[in-house]
Write a protein that binds this ligand. Structure first.
Ligand SMILES: [Fe+2]
Ligand SMILES: [Fe+2]
Length: 196
Protein backbone atom coordinates (compact mmCIF):
# COMPACT_ATOMS: atom_id res chain seq x y z
CA UNK A 1 0.00 0.00 0.00
CA UNK A 2 1.38 3.44 -0.90
CA UNK A 3 1.84 6.17 1.69
CA UNK A 4 -1.10 8.17 0.27
CA UNK A 5 -3.37 5.13 0.09
CA UNK A 6 -2.62 4.38 3.73
CA UNK A 7 -3.41 8.00 4.71
CA UNK A 8 -6.69 7.84 2.77
CA UNK A 9 -7.51 4.53 4.43
CA UNK A 10 -6.85 6.07 7.84
CA UNK A 11 -9.11 9.04 7.01
CA UNK A 12 -11.88 6.69 5.83
CA UNK A 13 -11.71 4.84 9.16
CA UNK A 14 -11.42 8.04 11.23
CA UNK A 15 -14.44 9.90 9.83
CA UNK A 16 -17.09 7.30 10.88
CA UNK A 17 -15.59 7.10 14.39
CA UNK A 18 -15.62 10.90 14.67
CA UNK A 19 -19.18 11.05 13.37
CA UNK A 20 -20.31 8.48 15.95
CA UNK A 21 -18.64 10.46 18.75
CA UNK A 22 -20.37 13.67 17.62
CA UNK A 23 -23.78 11.97 17.65
CA UNK A 24 -23.06 10.55 21.12
CA UNK A 25 -22.22 14.06 22.32
CA UNK A 26 -25.45 15.34 20.75
CA UNK A 27 -27.39 12.65 22.59
CA UNK A 28 -25.96 13.92 25.88
CA UNK A 29 -26.75 17.54 24.99
CA UNK A 30 -30.33 16.55 24.14
CA UNK A 31 -30.87 15.10 27.60
CA UNK A 32 -31.33 18.65 28.96
CA UNK A 33 -34.86 19.87 29.72
CA UNK A 34 -35.31 22.52 26.99
CA UNK A 35 -33.78 20.76 24.00
CA UNK A 36 -37.00 21.15 21.99
CA UNK A 37 -37.40 24.85 22.82
CA UNK A 38 -37.67 27.05 19.71
CA UNK A 39 -35.79 29.82 21.56
CA UNK A 40 -32.79 28.07 23.11
CA UNK A 41 -33.20 24.46 22.03
CA UNK A 42 -31.49 22.52 19.32
CA UNK A 43 -32.78 24.62 16.41
CA UNK A 44 -30.72 27.43 17.97
CA UNK A 45 -27.77 25.07 18.54
CA UNK A 46 -27.84 24.05 14.87
CA UNK A 47 -27.99 27.74 13.92
CA UNK A 48 -24.94 28.55 16.07
CA UNK A 49 -23.06 25.60 14.54
CA UNK A 50 -23.90 26.69 10.98
CA UNK A 51 -22.95 30.32 11.63
CA UNK A 52 -19.75 29.20 13.37
CA UNK A 53 -18.76 27.16 10.33
CA UNK A 54 -19.31 30.22 8.14
CA UNK A 55 -17.15 32.32 10.46
CA UNK A 56 -14.46 29.64 10.20
CA UNK A 57 -14.70 29.86 6.41
CA UNK A 58 -13.75 33.56 6.42
CA UNK A 59 -11.28 33.22 9.32
CA UNK A 60 -9.12 30.21 8.36
CA UNK A 61 -7.28 28.40 11.13
CA UNK A 62 -10.12 28.37 13.66
CA UNK A 63 -10.85 25.16 15.54
CA UNK A 64 -14.15 24.08 13.98
CA UNK A 65 -14.48 21.16 16.42
CA UNK A 66 -14.59 23.60 19.30
CA UNK A 67 -17.23 25.71 17.55
CA UNK A 68 -19.39 22.65 16.84
CA UNK A 69 -19.08 21.31 20.39
CA UNK A 70 -19.88 24.74 21.83
CA UNK A 71 -22.97 24.98 19.62
CA UNK A 72 -24.24 21.61 20.90
CA UNK A 73 -23.51 22.20 24.56
CA UNK A 74 -23.65 25.90 25.50
CA UNK A 75 -27.43 26.18 26.03
CA UNK A 76 -28.11 22.49 26.59
CA UNK A 77 -28.53 22.85 30.35
CA UNK A 78 -30.84 25.83 30.46
CA UNK A 79 -33.62 25.22 32.95
CA UNK A 80 -35.37 28.50 32.19
CA UNK A 81 -35.94 30.37 28.91
CA UNK A 82 -35.42 33.71 30.63
CA UNK A 83 -33.18 34.44 33.63
CA UNK A 84 -30.94 31.41 34.13
CA UNK A 85 -27.59 32.71 35.36
CA UNK A 86 -26.06 29.27 35.97
CA UNK A 87 -26.72 27.66 32.60
CA UNK A 88 -23.17 28.43 31.44
CA UNK A 89 -21.77 26.75 34.54
CA UNK A 90 -23.90 23.66 33.95
CA UNK A 91 -22.85 23.59 30.27
CA UNK A 92 -19.18 23.83 31.31
CA UNK A 93 -19.74 20.77 33.51
CA UNK A 94 -21.13 18.87 30.49
CA UNK A 95 -18.03 19.85 28.49
CA UNK A 96 -15.72 18.61 31.24
CA UNK A 97 -17.52 15.31 31.80
CA UNK A 98 -18.87 14.20 28.38
CA UNK A 99 -16.91 11.09 27.41
CA UNK A 100 -17.52 11.43 23.62
CA UNK A 101 -15.64 14.76 23.71
CA UNK A 102 -12.54 12.96 24.92
CA UNK A 103 -12.56 11.07 21.62
CA UNK A 104 -12.83 14.34 19.67
CA UNK A 105 -10.38 16.72 21.35
CA UNK A 106 -7.48 16.86 23.79
CA UNK A 107 -7.66 18.07 27.40
CA UNK A 108 -6.45 21.58 26.60
CA UNK A 109 -9.20 22.13 24.04
CA UNK A 110 -11.81 20.64 26.37
CA UNK A 111 -10.71 23.09 29.09
CA UNK A 112 -11.01 26.03 26.67
CA UNK A 113 -14.40 24.79 25.50
CA UNK A 114 -15.57 24.58 29.12
CA UNK A 115 -14.43 28.19 29.63
CA UNK A 116 -16.31 29.24 26.49
CA UNK A 117 -19.47 27.60 27.86
CA UNK A 118 -18.98 28.97 31.39
CA UNK A 119 -18.59 32.60 30.30
CA UNK A 120 -20.77 32.74 27.18
CA UNK A 121 -23.65 34.45 28.95
CA UNK A 122 -21.55 37.20 30.53
CA UNK A 123 -21.63 39.55 27.54
CA UNK A 124 -17.86 39.49 27.04
CA UNK A 125 -15.68 39.27 23.96
CA UNK A 126 -12.42 37.33 23.66
CA UNK A 127 -9.75 38.57 21.26
CA UNK A 128 -6.98 36.48 22.83
CA UNK A 129 -8.41 32.98 22.30
CA UNK A 130 -9.81 33.22 18.77
CA UNK A 131 -11.56 29.84 18.96
CA UNK A 132 -13.49 30.92 22.06
CA UNK A 133 -14.15 34.28 20.39
CA UNK A 134 -15.59 32.49 17.32
CA UNK A 135 -17.95 30.48 19.58
CA UNK A 136 -19.28 33.63 21.22
CA UNK A 137 -19.54 35.49 17.91
CA UNK A 138 -21.59 32.63 16.41
CA UNK A 139 -23.97 32.77 19.39
CA UNK A 140 -24.24 36.57 19.00
CA UNK A 141 -24.93 36.41 15.26
CA UNK A 142 -27.71 33.97 16.14
CA UNK A 143 -29.52 36.89 17.84
CA UNK A 144 -31.00 37.59 14.40
CA UNK A 145 -33.50 34.81 15.21
CA UNK A 146 -34.93 37.17 17.85
CA UNK A 147 -34.88 40.07 15.38
CA UNK A 148 -31.94 41.65 17.21
CA UNK A 149 -29.24 43.08 14.92
CA UNK A 150 -25.78 41.88 16.02
CA UNK A 151 -23.35 44.69 16.82
CA UNK A 152 -19.73 44.61 15.61
CA UNK A 153 -18.59 46.25 18.87
CA UNK A 154 -19.41 43.12 20.85
CA UNK A 155 -17.74 40.69 18.44
CA UNK A 156 -14.42 39.05 19.26
CA UNK A 157 -12.90 38.52 15.82
CA UNK A 158 -13.14 42.07 14.46
CA UNK A 159 -15.36 42.15 11.37
CA UNK A 160 -15.43 45.08 8.96
CA UNK A 161 -18.71 46.51 7.66
CA UNK A 162 -18.81 44.25 4.60
CA UNK A 163 -18.13 41.11 6.68
CA UNK A 164 -20.76 42.15 9.22
CA UNK A 165 -23.36 42.59 6.47
CA UNK A 166 -22.46 39.25 4.91
CA UNK A 167 -22.45 37.36 8.21
CA UNK A 168 -25.77 38.89 9.31
CA UNK A 169 -27.29 37.83 5.99
CA UNK A 170 -25.86 34.32 6.36
CA UNK A 171 -27.05 34.16 9.99
CA UNK A 172 -30.58 35.12 8.92
CA UNK A 173 -30.64 32.37 6.30
CA UNK A 174 -29.19 29.76 8.64
CA UNK A 175 -31.44 30.72 11.56
CA UNK A 176 -34.55 30.55 9.36
CA UNK A 177 -33.62 27.04 8.25
CA UNK A 178 -30.80 25.56 10.32
CA UNK A 179 -28.95 22.69 8.61
CA UNK A 180 -29.47 19.18 9.99
CA UNK A 181 -26.85 17.76 12.34
CA UNK A 182 -25.48 15.26 9.82
CA UNK A 183 -24.75 18.12 7.39
CA UNK A 184 -23.13 20.20 10.15
CA UNK A 185 -21.05 17.31 11.49
CA UNK A 186 -19.84 16.28 8.03
CA UNK A 187 -18.98 19.91 7.20
CA UNK A 188 -17.02 20.25 10.45
CA UNK A 189 -15.10 17.03 9.80
CA UNK A 190 -14.25 18.29 6.30
CA UNK A 191 -13.70 21.86 7.60
CA UNK A 192 -16.17 23.32 5.12
CA UNK A 193 -18.93 25.93 5.38
CA UNK A 194 -22.55 24.90 5.04
CA UNK A 195 -23.13 26.75 1.79
CA UNK A 196 -25.46 29.44 3.10
FE1 LIG B 1 -26.79 30.81 26.73
FE1 LIG C 1 -27.07 30.46 22.67
Amino acid sequence: MTFFASILGLRARTAPAQRAAWFKLLEQARSGPLFASPLHGEAHWRGVAGIGLEIARIRPGLDVSMVLAFAMIHDSRRYDEGWDPDHGLRAAHVAQCASPLKRLMDDDRIARLAQACLLHQKGRSNTRDRDVGACWDADRFSLVRLEITPNARFMSLGYDDVEMRELIEVAQKISAEPPEWDVLIDAAIKREGVGA
